[in-house]
Write a protein that binds this ligand. Sequence first.
Ligand SMILES: Nc1ncnc2c1ncn2[C@@H]1O[C@H](COP(=O)(O)OP(=O)(O)OP(=O)(O)O)[C@@H](O)[C@H]1O
Ligand SMILES: [Mg+2]
Length: 314
Amino acid sequence: MSTAPLLRIEGLEVAFADGGRRIRALRGLDLSLAAGERLALLGESGSGKSTALFAIAGLLEPGAEVAGRIAFPALGRTPEAGRDLGLVFQDPFASLDPVLDVATQIAEPIRYHLGASWAAARAQAVVLLRRVGIARAEQRARDAPHRFSGGERQRIAIAAAIAAGPRLLLADEPTAALDTVTQAQILDLLDGLVREQRTALLLVTHDPAVAARIADRIAVLYAGRCVEAGPSARLLAAPRHPYSRALLAAALDLERPPPRPLPEIPGEPPDPTAELAGCPFAPRCAFAWATCRSERPAWIGEPGDGAACHLLRP
Ligand SMILES: Nc1ncnc2c1ncn2[C@@H]1O[C@H](COP(=O)(O)OP(=O)(O)OP(=O)(O)O)[C@@H](O)[C@H]1O
Ligand SMILES: [Mg+2]
């Protein structure tokens, strides 16, 4: 059995031209994902989570400046959206067509990528609608997306994303627009589906509780870099990077009723147009010293379980 990772990202840099400014969305991102693994990309607004997802899907806008490497070693070909990669967004209307009935939208990738007949693909679409929890799936298959609730629409978007049996499902804040009960149901649905289909999941979230609920491993992004990654149990119980520690301290206070506010970390993330010499978190870090401001910290630990922090140097 091959142990090649499904996805490997090395030194990924992405910059956007915005007026006269050059916005650095990713500043040397390293990340790896095993086949069937469920990884959460956790970070504050602007840390580069969506940019990473779009880069993986090959959907960055044409003007974006890209350097570094994105490879799919276990796939052995350039992935095709819809067939090898499924995509789910925060707003299900971003992936659903408002005028087509939902069965057609789920059947299309089955027909196109798997070569099924329309009749077989539509029958399979009804099976999938039932699997994602749509009541009276047979009748409602002919309805357009606006006739469903927000939670149901997200279920339908997930059904369409997994219809062709992709190896990797990319989900960008798929539950952020939903109430907490629906959020938990959708996360459990995603969890069940990716386990059944042995699909790897890369889930973007700013909420540690969402990451805790679904991920095998968590990668913490800050200012366009992965500052820490590790098995969820390890990272949540014993975060090593001062940023992860600050982020998790208040957010995982599970005694508190949801929605749990993001913890207040004094200071702000770095200016996205600035060059960074040292650690991006140094200006906000209570433990930073001169080296932190001048030298980029090396990764300490295993490739999939470690952190980039000068404090951790042996
Ligand atoms: N198309 C674009 N043009 C210009 N700047 C962009 C573009 N897309 C993203 N950016 C900038 O790149 C940085 C990273 O953005 P990104 O959307 O990846 O962050 P994010 O972690 O997904 O944030 P959020 O949690 O708010 O969705 C931000 O400073 C953002 O303003
Ligand atoms: Mg985003």
